[in-house]
Ligand binder design. Structure first.
Ligand SMILES: C[S@@+](CC[C@H](N)C(=O)[O-])C[C@H]1O[C@@H](n2cnc3c(N)ncnc32)[C@H](O)[C@@H]1O
Length: 289
């Protein structure tokens, strides 16, 4: 641990932020590499006298910040970690950096199921870093879950994250294309959640370079109209869901109505578009018969 004066630190921090970047990314750098949690950062600003302890020196932190600014590499990949809900998750360029709007999927589940302690069986299709499944498995220790991904490297990250966060064993991981890992679980799932790749091809080409150049294409691209994967997931869902089982999907900002119609066409009931915190119809949910 290195000890420096708060005054020196605040001067340095101001200089770094004057070069560019945003406060949130800077907070990730300070927490994950510097060892200063965001809560401490607020206290430091209120009381700027005294000293603070850093895990790495300012030169090293500055070099990571400069790398982020110069190459547009997401700070989460440079730090190897990110924050999502109350979880600190390992992330590499094999997994999508879980987005804050996706946190609402967990709130939707809480709203539907409350604090039900009965045994339920849930699945997540396309788990990436494992964020959603780990949050659900931790919130509902009596539930059993299966988290899948087509990418074995992504699954390795998800498993590490699960082991870091849970002493339970109520979440399993399988590799495979959408529903294929569930051949032995037909008609058994009470809840399936998925944030599949849904970016249309032409939108993908215009994504900011910090996304397009660094995040896995397989996690983003949803075919020509963005709905390729969502369509497949919805069409096959009736085979795997239990009667009255729920399907909760994240979609692109303008896909809500189309996803809703797909669910209705496939005999889902209680179909609803749920807004994210910006008022965008980001999630579409339904119950199979
Ligand atoms: C948008 S990311 C979501 C990751 C994570 N669930 C989250 O919300 O941050 C989509 C995930 O689906 C996975 N995926 C893509 N195609 C797939 C397929 N055919 N079958 C299963 N998973 C797939 C990707 O590897 C990626 O991890």
């Amino acid at each position: 641990m290195l000890c420096i004066s708060v005054e020196e630190f605040l001067f340095w921090k101001k200089k770094q932020l004057s070069k560019g970047g945003d406060q949130q990314s800077f907070a990730v750098l300070l927490d994950c590499i510097g060892g200063i949690p965001a809560s401490d950062l607020n206290l430091i600003s209120i009381n700027p006298r005294g000293n603070l302890h850093l895990k790495k020196n300012l030169e090293f932190l500055e070099s990571v910040w400069d790398d982020h600014l110069l190459n547009s590499c997401p700070i989460q990949y440079l730090c190897g970690e990110t924050f999502w809900r109350d979880l600190k998750l390992i992330v590499t360029d094999k997994v999508l950096i879980p987005r804050s709007e996706t946190e609402i999927i967990v709130d939707i589940v809480f709203k539907i199921f409350g604090n039900k302690s009965q045994k339920l069986f849930f699945a997540e299709l396309g788990t990436g870093s494992g964020a959603i499944s780990i949050a659900l498995a931790s919130a509902y220790p009596t539930w059993n879950g299966i988290a899948t991904d087509i990418d074995q490297d992504a699954l390795k990250i998800a498993i590490k994250n699960y082991l870091n966060h849970s002493k339970q064993s109520n979440l399993k991981f399988y590799c495979g294309h959408w529903w294929t890992p569930f051949e032995n679980f037909k008609g058994q799932l009470d809840l399936v959640v998925s944030n599949p790749p849904y970016i249309p091809q032409d939108t993908y080409e215009t994504l900011p370079k910090e996304v397009k150049n660094f995040e896995p294409k397989i996690a983003l691209l949803g075919g020509e109209d963005g709905l390729r994967h969502i369509r497949e997931i919805i069409q096959k869902a009736p085979m795997y869901l239990r009667e009255k089982g729920w399907l909760i999907l994240e979609n692109h900002f303008d896909q809500g109505e189309k996803v809703k119609q797909l669910l209705i066409k496939n005999k889902f009931k209680s179909v609803e578009i749920v807004n994210d915190l910006s008022g965008i119809g980001r999630f579409t949910i339904g119950r199979y018969k």
